[in-house]
Design a protein around this ligand. Sequence first.
Ligand SMILES: [Zn+2]
Length: 265
Amino acid sequence: MKKIYLSPSSQPANTYAGLSTNEQEVCRDIARELAADLKRCGFEVKCGDYGTMYDRVKESNEWKADLHMPIHTNAFDGKVSGTRLMALDLTGTGFKVCQAVMEPLDKITPGTSSNITANPGLYEIKAAVAPTCYVEVDFHDVPKVAKWLTENKAQIGEAICQGICRYYNAQYVAAGEKPAPTPTPEPQPAGKIEGLPVVQSGSRGDAAKILQGALIAKGYPCGSSGIDGVFGVNSVAALKSYQKAKGLTADGIAGPATWGKLLGV
Ligand SMILES: [Zn+2]
């Protein structure tokens, strides 16, 4: 079961144009809606709707979240509006989650100036161990958008949840619907292993560490930083060499076949 850590804004000073509410209040509400949606769809969720972003990142890391998701609304010049999503880079898991979330979320938000960008310097992207999809739903300094945000918290939660479900191949269960019975897992062909996540360029965390350790142990060094849990260029190169040597598809992506070979099952 994937663990999603929600980290809504703790910025009550960011007031909503023309309204007596603020970014903290609205984003915490959206996060609570989203938490309920995700739980209904089978995810484990922690909603850190308290403290500072430093407290929340610490909790997310200690909990070993699979995905870290800050939830904010944006402000610029009172005119521009759109959905802005941010990730560490434009190749890794965080970016792929952003892509999956952008479609359903951008479909409902009023703003049209929407994009996904790499923002590796942002604290919650840099310091969270899990891949991060940083959500700026839309711009609260545009009066009609501010009003829309306050009136559509549940819909925003549902749209983000649909995107997360899409990324993890989980069945989206709408509110009031019953989840489908869990299908019996198909038996895996010999030489493949289930339950380990796909590790590829940009992957971070424990699985990347395990893979680096296994590659190094087999004589495929992963660069000078060694077992650092960040699957970068040198780790991908090591993985490709290993795959080539073992007659696997040398794509630098560790899926069931590669894991199976590496771990000898
Ligand atoms: Zn914010």
